[in-house]
Design a protein around this ligand. Structure first.
Ligand code: NI
Length: 256
């Protein structure tokens, strides 16, 4: 079944129909969901969703655009959440230079401290990196992030950067952007990345694939992403679904 490796079902965008939507996923072939914390409150809400739905697992962490809320106590709180049996990763963490705030030094500090948290609790990381390719890679190399393991979510860089992450044995989260006509560099990168390193993701409620671009995204749109990858790789849709599910279970320690 389809493994959704990155969604934010705690987001307000799902307040009206969260239960119906989550309950309908299995009949549409979605077998597992990783809900991703983007703030302290989001990490709390993630743990609640994990407790409510057997097929939901969680990642806890604070997104680079939200790290101004972090303190020593906040970090200790995240560490506590990491011991929950259904928390399988630390994230999303990283750098996002799209907006001027929080400042670069603040983002870097909390990225580094959350990376070290992941090492301490022995969980893989979910990396968010936007317009910050070099700094993200530098920090990950300095912190030997290859030993921690993880996935670069919504991978949006070119082949050359993919090679660097392959050298660290990282996975690549591929979502709706791959269906956009102007995603030429990303399509090349996906052709280059070995199939055993690719995960399916949506980043719901954001980044809906074609033909639903601009609308609210949900895991129900993952077949569009899987079809595009199948085409780029010259393999079947079923192979993409099976392979990405196997990859995600390996990364998150959910193999039986
Ligand atoms: Ni996200």
């Amino acid at each position: 079944m389809i493994f959704e490796s990155h969604a934010h079902y705690d987001d307000d965008a799902f307040d009206a129909d969260r239960e119906e939507l989550l309950a309908s996923l299995a009949e549409h072939g979605i077998g597992t969901v990783i809900n991703i914390g983007a703030s302290l409150a989001g990490s709390e809400a993630t743990v609640k969703l994990c407790e409510q739905y057997p097929f939901v697992y969680g990642a806890v962490g604070v997104h680079p655009s939200e790290v101004q809320e972090l303190t020593q106590e906040g970090l200790a709180h995240l560490r506590g959440l990491c011991s929950h049996e259904k928390v399988v990763a630390v994230g999303e963490i990283g750098l996002d230079y799209h907006y001027p705030e929080p400042s670069v030094p603040v983002q870097k500090e909390w990225f580094e401290r959350q990376l070290e948290l992941a090492r301490e609790v022995k969980l893989p990381v979910i990396i968010h990196s936007r317009e910050a390719a070099k700094d993200t890679l530098d920090i990950m190399q300095v912190h030997c992030a290859g030993e921690i393991g993880g996935v670069v979510h919504c991978f949006s860089y070119a082949k050359e950067m993919a090679r660097e992450y392959l050298n660290m044995d990282y996975y690549f989260g591929i979502g709706g952007v791959i269906t956009f006509k102007n995603a030429k560099k990303l399509k090349e990168a996906v052709q280059y990345i070995p199939m055993d390193r690719i995960l399916l993701e949506t980043d719901s409620p954001y980044l809906s694939p074609e033909p639903h671009r601009g609308g609210r995204n949900s895991s129900l749109n993952l077949p569009y992403v899987a079809k595009e990858i199948a085409e780029l790789k010259g393999i079947s849709y079923e192979e993409v679904v099976e392979c990405t599910e196997r990859n995600a279970k390996r990364l998150f320690g959910l193999e039986r």
